[in-house]
Design a protein around this ligand. Structure first.
Ligand SMILES: Cc1ncc(COP(=O)(O)O)c(C=O)c1O
Length: 421
């Protein structure tokens, strides 16, 4: 028997860390009851849509992100589809997307008949590398879907500069980044258009849901139309202008989101306080580094708190063995909200696009595409050896006690690393 829990020793953490997610009480119950009793179960039941729960949420969420417009939708994947369609992305267009993100960032591109082009990420931030982004632009590139991975904002100065110079639209997939700010402004509407997810794991949730935000009234009107079966605001209800689906959010979701939003500022503060404490502690342990935070990241509201593992500084212990040793000590560390680089999934690796190969083998695109040949060295290295992350709910403890336990567990693994080799 060794000292480490993985070898039969005593665990450092013997209770759940953080708080159980989602946080809820009688306020959410009351909110649902109110909707049930009102009989107004969809926003159209209100003479003025803005007064519905969904309408109120849209206003509040737009404000949180310094956006002029918000359209609430069914989920984060369809939010990206809706935003891409609003940008005018169509068959034959290429859209850039980071190699290391959740698969929906890329599948949404194919779902609007465009061709995803994978771009490598920055090893410090896990976000699309602006230099690699620029190098991937061709005459067919119409837009880039940049992801604030884990909630850590992309270098929007460079992303926007490249987008402007090259004439491509910037869509911020902000599914991990509710409340995050770059230079004091909310992410999402820094580029042309942005999207969010309110799926249950997210830091603002109603079980399933999404939103599109923008500062452009033209794009907002298109997003409204694409989420509402092709209707136009102010036009007759039975008049349709586009091929579009029904992506409307229900009043149940709107009510829960309003309630969750009232808890949000305090949760952000708690997470930020605990994360700063943890980052400080990690700096004193060789082999585990917090992200070197850019001062322009004025608020990092994280879904996953990403950090780095350095095998060479951790006495050669592999990252995966480190994760297992920490799990045995009672600390659930992951590698982020993505898994393997997207192009390694069977969908892309086996070019699994159905009988016709559409939309990837598209005469309007006219170029051969073979995702089995894609190699993004940084994304692959991060996935295989460097990425570490802690889920946001672990940071919701009222004191820094949980952070101390996490640090103690890491220090213990470090001190007894010889047991693992
Ligand atoms: C980066 C990213 N984009 C998009 C989505 C899709 O959101 P949803 O699950 O609400 O469809 C997710 C979901 O986790 C995500 O992580």
């Amino acid at each position: 028997m060794g000292k480490l829990a993985i070898n039969g020793g005593e665990k450092v953490v013997t209770r759940p860390l953080g708080k159980a997610w989602p946080i809820r009480d009688e306020r959410e119950e009351q909110a649902l009851l109110d909707v049930a009793r009102s009989g107004a179960w969809w926003r159209g039941a209100y003479p003025e849509a803005a007064r519905s729960k969904v309408g109120q949420f849209e206003d509040a969420f737009a404000k949180l992100h310094d956006a002029r417009h918000c359209v609430a939708v069914t989920n984060g994947t369809q939010a990206i589809e809706c935003a891409l369609k609003s940008l005018g992305v169509e068959a034959g267009d290429e859209v850039l997307v980071p190699g290391l993100t959740f698969v929906a960032s890329a599948t949404a591109i194919a779902l609007v008949n465009a061709v995803p082009v994978f771009v490598d990420v920055d090893p410090e931030t896990y976000n699309m590398d602006p230099a690699a982004m620029e190098a991937a632009i061709t005459g067919k590139t119409r837009a880039a879907v940049v992801v604030h991975n884990g909630g850590y904002p992309c270098d929007m100065d460079r992303v926007l500069e490249v987008g402007k110079r090259k004439g491509i639209a910037i869509l911020e997939d902000s599914a991990h980044a509710h409340g995050s700010q770059w230079r004091g402004r909310g992410v999402g509407a820094l580029g042309d258009i942005g999207t969010f997810s309110f799926q249950m794991g997210k830091t603002l949730t109603c079980g399933e849901g999404g939103a599109v935000v923008t500062n452009s009234s033209e794009l907002a009107e298109k997003a409204y139309s694409f989420h509402h079966i092709g209707r136009l605001s102010g036009r007759p209800f039975y008049e349709f202008h586009r091929v579009a689906s029904n992506l409307r959010m229900t009043e149940w979701q709107g009510a829960i989101l309003l309630s969750q939003l009232s808890r949000f500022p305090e949760q952000v503060e708690t997470r930020e306080r605990n994360a700063r404490y943890l980052a400080q502690g990690l700096k004193e342990i060789e082999g585990v580094d917090p992200i070197d935070r850019d001062p322009r990241v004025t608020r990092w509201c994280f879904y996953y708190w990403n950090f780095h593992y350095r095998q060479e500084q951790f006495a050669g212990l592999t990252r995966d063995r480190f994760i297992k040793a920490l799990a045995a000590e009672g600390v659930p560390v992951g590698i982020g909200a993505h898994g393997q680089p997207i192009y390694r999934n069977p969908l892309f690796k086996r070019m699994n696009f159905g009988r016709t190969g559409c939309p990837i083998q598209c005469p309007l695109h006219g170029e051969p595409v073979d995702y089995s040949q894609v190699r993004l060295p940084v994304s692959e290295r991060l996935y295989e050896t460097q990425a570490l992350s802690l889920a946001h709910a672990l940071f919701l403890g009222d004191t820094t006690e949980d952070m101390d336990l996490i640090l103690e567990a890491i220090r213990k693994v470090r001190a007894n690393v010889d047991e693992l080799r």
